[in-house]
Design a protein around this ligand. Structure first.
Ligand code: VTB
Length: 322
């Protein structure tokens, strides 16, 4: 037996799947009920309760917000029993609260765990993101390329024409110029309304999802979660923090970030072995959604370890009580 304070990623991974399953099951009855807050709260409560059963000395580095604005799973909260390895936790109990409230595809519960000090403390600002799948050299596309140049470079590397590339982008007014430029290359765009962790993960399995590349700005904390997923599944992601005002720059300073223009690679955001679990809430292209049947619940979880690159899809079924 190894030292119990070592990062026991094999042993801990099933525990992590339980945490994401619990959050998803708790939000199941709120799918399609139009209440984002209630769905999120149910997921947060369940995720925190399960997480505190794990034998880890965990600290939340990507969580529900700053201590004064989030009562649970806030950044800096200590989680777990305290008996076990010192780990960083990145989580989003419900990535896609609006997707859940409106019963739209690809809402997930997400959690990643890595040795203490290895996950980027991303401040709550936007991040410019660019991701591709595992079949390419990391420098095939870069954040400094224009959107059109990225499409053409990826098409060249894939050995196809630009109009055979599909790009996933968050549907936001701020992305109008990017969308127009990508369209001008002939590439297809899958617009999503929310959920860019899932958006990035789509790049890792292009044959399943039909997506080759993700680009655009979204939450920086979600960028670290997406980097954790790609470190396990394969694929590359680059991120650059975006600051709109001094208040946002101060948030970066508080998180210990000094170089505001730095481009982070996947391995800059996740500097050591990581384990990752996500459970489908609404029906999705990566995972099935939760199914509430007569007296039982079923869900599907993707559970992965970067050390081995293993990707499991675990289905779970249990009787419903009460
Ligand atoms: C993304 C996405 C989230 O916010 O980060 C996005 O992953 C970006 O923020 O699911 P804006 O909504 O401000 O554009 C979400 O869509 C919602 O948190």
């Amino acid at each position: 037996m190894g030292d119990v304070t070592e990062f026991q990623d094999r042993l801990l991974s099933l525990g992590l799947a339980r945490v994401s399953e619990a959050a998803a099951i708790a939000s199941a009855r709120l799918i399609g009920r139009g209440d984002e807050k209630a769905a999120d709260q149910a997921a947060v409560n369940a995720m925190r309760a399960q997480l505190n059963l794990l034998d880890i000395a965990g600290v939340v580095v990507i969580g529900e917000g700053e201590r004064d604005e989030a009562p649970m799973l806030y950044i800096g909260e200590e989680v777990g029993t305290g008996r076990g390895p010192a780990v960083d936790i990145a989580l989003d109990p419900l990535e896609g609260t609006t997707l859940t409230a409106k019963d739209m595809p690809n809402a997930l519960t997400v959690i990643a765990m890595a040795p203490r000090g290895s996950l980027l403390h991303a401040p709550d600002v936007y991040m410019d993101k660019l991701a591709i799948g595992p079949a390419y050299e990391p420098d095939t596309v870069t954040l400094d390329m224009s959107p059109a140049a990225r499409v053409r470079a990826l098409a060249r590397a894939k050995g196809v024409a630009a109009d055979e590339i599909a790009v996933c982008i968050l549907d936001r007014p701020r992305h109008e110029a990017m969308i127009a430029e990508v369209r001008a290359t002939g590439a297809a765009i899958r617009l999503i309304t929310d959920g860019d962790v899932a958006g990035v993960m789509h790049c890792a399995e292009p044959d399943v999802t039909g997506i080759d590349m993700y680009m655009g700005s979204g939450g920086a904390p979600e960028g670290v979660l997406a980097a954790s997923a790609l470190k396990c599944m394969g694929g590359h992601i680059f991120g650059r923090l975006l600051f709109r005002n001094d208040e946002e720059r101060n948030r970066a300073a508080k998180a210990g970030i000094t170089d505001l223009n730095r481009i982070y690679t996947r391995d800059d955001m996740v500097r050591d072995d990581v384990i990752f679990a996500a459970t489908g809430v609404t029906q999705g292209s990566l995972l099935r959604g939760i199914k509430l049947g007569h007296g039982f619940v079923e869900c599907e979880t993707i559970l992965m370890r970067s050390k081995t690159g293993s990707v499991r899809r675990v289905s779970y079924r249990a009787p419903l009580h009460g």
